[in-house]
Ligand binder design. Structure first.
Ligand SMILES: [Zn+2]
Length: 325
């Protein structure tokens, strides 16, 4: 088990032990230190949960011991939640201190604290599954190719028993048998996690203008982007609208983007390649095949996926995903 997977497991245990939401605790630790056990801030905060030395002392823990720090953070946060009766105020206090929360009678108006609370509440959802996303990954099942040689032999033996006559129905039946016999292969794609069913809002952001008047992204596209975001472990922003001004009333020049059947997600470089491959896997390509893909235009599993290519425009600065119509 990787160190991070171990930390995530401890965070789940610690949250359960102290009766708090494991998602909140994991998002907090991720924001505090990025899961680095030896993190140090310029202000003097130490370790994976970024405790000030005196706070750690009060909790009786070594802030640089990740297990102690994670359980300490759970205990500390549970105490704050009980005190304030409100998770957001508890988080504000974790970031800015009790004094500041008391002074302003709520979340202090500091940009840092406001963002801290907002981001942790948002990211808590990504961590709601107890399985660490880094260690196992989502299982993808793809059918194996049937053994063509056995199939041909089965057809031949059928023919020879029928005096050289080929019965197409029997041939089809042989093919069905061969496919069933081939079975399927289940592969785990490292670094992926299951999307929580139905809740795409967490993983799909719309840039202002992406949903134009009367044009709304088709549900199937949004769901696909949501699954992709969940599998990458972060929200994706649909940016369609910036450079696809192709809607001309009364003509056939009506871009998929303006009818909601396709969207663009800004990204480039390695992130684009990674997201493109992940999209291909979600659309049905085997992880093994997807790993070899460097880019291109793909019509697969009812989707159109374009990245790292100049086919139909510059797709080096965005991932294009759409429904095939
Ligand atoms: Zn596009």
């Amino acid at each position: 088990m990787s160190p991070k997977a171990q930390y995530i497991r401890w965070a789940d245990e610690a949250a359960r032990a102290h009766g708090i939401d494991p998602g909140i605790l994991k998002a907090l630790i991720s924001h505090e230190s990025g899961w680095k056990r030896n993190a140090r801030s310029p202000a003097g905060a130490l370790g994976i949960a970024q405790f000030m030395p005196e706070t750690a002392k009060g909790l009786g823990i070594n802030p640089l011991n990740p297990k102690q720090a994670i359980f300490g953070a759970a205990k500390y946060l549970a105490g704050k939640i009980k005190h304030y009766g409100d998770v957001r105020l508890a988080l504000a206090s974790y970031n800015a201190g009790d004094g500041a929360v008391k002074k302003y009678g709520g979340i202090p108006p500091y940009a840092e604290t406001q963002n801290y609370v907002k981001n942790i509440m948002r990211d808590a959802g990504h961590y709601s599954t107890s399985d660490p996303q880094s260690s196992t990954g989502v299982e993808v099942t793809t059918p194996n190719a049937p053994d063509m040689k056995s199939l041909a032999l089965a057809n031949l033996s059928q023919m020879s028993s029928q005096g050289g006559h080929f019965d197409p129905m029997q041939g089809l039946s042989n093919l069905v048998d061969a496919i069933a016999q081939a079975g399927s292969t289940t592969t785990q794609v490292p670094g992926t996690q299951e999307a929580p069913p139905g809740d795409w809002g967490k993983y799909v952001r719309l840039k202002a203008g992406a949903d134009r008047q009367g044009v709304h992204t088709a549900a199937g596209v949004k769901q696909f982007v949501g699954e992709l975001g969940a599998s990458l472990g972060r929200p994706l922003t649909i940016t369609t609208g910036s450079n696809h001004n192709q809607y001309v009333v009364g003509t056939t020049r009506q871009s998929d983007h303006w009818t909601g059947h396709a969207v663009d997600i800004s990204m480039s470089g390695k992130a684009l390649t990674r997201a493109g491959r992940r999209a291909l896997i979600l659309a049905g390509m085997s992880p093994k095949d997807a790993a070899k893909v460097k880019g291109g235009l793909f019509n697969i599993g009812g989707y159109q996926i374009i990245f790292n290519t100049n086919e139909g425009g510059n797709h080096f600065n965005h991932l294009h995903v759409g429904l095939r119509r």
